[in-house]
Design a protein around this ligand. Structure first.
Ligand SMILES: *Cc1c(COP(=O)(O)O)cnc(C)c1O
Length: 401
């Protein structure tokens, strides 16, 4: 076995099952392994690397800020946080933001905001607030969040979970309405379920949920950690349904593929529930993260990642749909967030990923049956064509095997 893999197996907790490749370098859409072999990254760290690896402008912003001032905590002001949040709020049309680091932290922040809003604004009795999420959701790995999960493995052995968490079927607005009670604080939902298998709800679903939330005085909070910032061919995937939620959670690509940067964005009235000392994070909103995230937003806008994702996503999706293979059950996606569901009776998604890896394409299965294609948004049509050739050949070879 590769020595590096052996050491990681020995010293690192086994909470992942990585593909057996050791990456040592990245540039744009490519990464290289320890043998010097080059791969096209079609996974982009679960959409965190939308800008591609080691984007020169972002590396520059990182280096310059690291040499100037990196971490001060929010016990003080820094000159980098306000410009970052001002830009973030302007491009997403939100009043205020609360900066965090990882996606899960920002989701927790949204849940805390929703509960406190329920008690202080909506008038829910103490300790009664409820949050509704969807079957098949993925919002992260903290205790409260896995308490919302329908995935047995994410929950098993980790209980008890906080009360006041409920779930409804995804894509079913009537199920949401049936679950809403006077104690409901928020409905937390992904516009497209990423880890759930690139599951796209029926058109109009989010708009119907938004109407119901408004009608029942429930906050609509969309987790756009994976779908946001251009990934699906819109700045926020909610926009495909013409919806502007009460709150949105961003992460992943916000850090430009260099740092963990996340944020909860909301209307002023919602964010106003937070007072000094209510909530915090030592690293959240640090100058280094703020400088990189601001540059990441600027690059994304200047190089029009939204249009790239929309156009190239349409093309990639259409080409994948033209592949005639008995191994494929369904191809679905929006923008450059694409899932190819394979027939588990014939092949596992993992086997497809391993075969693709041998041919220089990195991808990762989700839910055993779905091969995910979510390349950096800087990918070119020629690079997609190259990947399609390998995907066709892998499917042909596996079909014969
Ligand atoms: C990745 C992801 C998260 C969790 O983000 P972390 O940075 O891993 O904590 C939450 N929600 C969605 C939709 C995600 O894709």
């Amino acid at each position: 076995m590769n020595r590096t893999i052996e050491l990681e197996e020995k010293y690192c907790a086994h909470n992942y099952a990585p593909l057996p490749v050791v990456l040592v370098k990245g540039e744009g859409v490519h990464v290289w392994d320890d043998q010097g072999k080059r791969y096209l990254d079609m996974m982009s760290a679960y959409s965190a690397v939308s800008h591609g690896h080691c984007h020169p402008r972002l590396v520059n912003a990182l280096g310059a800020q690291a040499a100037r001032l990196a971490v001060v905590s929010r016990a003080f002001y820094s000159d980098r946080l306000a410009p970052f949040l001002q830009r973030l709020c302007a491009v997403t049309s939100y009043d205020m933001a609360l900066p965090m680091n990882t996606g899960a932290e920002a989701v927790e922040t949204a849940m805390k905001a929703a509960r406190k809003w329920a008690y202080t604004v909506k008038g829910v009795a103490p300790e009664r607030a409820e949050i509704i999420a969807c079957d098949g959701n993925f919002h992260g790995r903290t205790l409260a969040i896995v308490g919302l999960s329908s995935e047995a493995q994410y929950r098993e052995g980790f209980g008890p979970f906080p009360p006041g968490l409920k779930r409804v079927a995804y894509g079913d607005a009537a199920a949401l309405e049936a679950a809403i009670t006077p104690n409901t604080a928020a409905f937390l939902v992904e516009p497209i379920q990423g880890e759930g298998g690139i599951v796209i709800p029926p058109p109009g679903y989010l708009a119907a949920c938004a109407r119901l939330c408004k009608k029942h005085n429930v906050l609509l909070i969309c987790d756009e950690i994976q779908t946001g910032l251009g990934r699906t061919g819109a700045l926020l995937a909610c926009a495909h349904d013409g919806v502007h939620p009460d709150g949105v959670v961003l992460g992943k690509a916000l850090g430009g593929g260099l740092l963990p940067v996340s944020a909860f964005l909301a209307r002023r009235e919602v964010m106003a529930v937070f007072h000094p000392g209510d909530h915090g994070s030592t690293f959240g909103g640090n100058p280094l993260a703020a400088a990189v995230a601001l540059e990441a937003i600027d690059v994304m806008l200047e190089d029009d990642y939204v249009t790239r994702a929309a156009d190239l996503g349409d093309y990639f999706l259409e080409q994948l749909r033209q592949i005639r293979s008995p191994l494929i059950r369904e191809v679905r996606g929006k923008g450059l967030l694409i899932g190819v569901e394979v027939d588990p009776a014939r092949v596992s998604a993992r086997a497809v990923c391993e075969a693709l890896m041998a041919r220089g394409i990195l991808s990762k299965e989700t839910h055993h049956t779905v091969v995910r294609f979510a390349p950096p948004l800087i990918i070119t049509r020629e690079q997609i064509d190259g990947a399609l050739e390998q995907i066709r050949e892998v499917l042909r070879a596996l079909e014969q095997a």
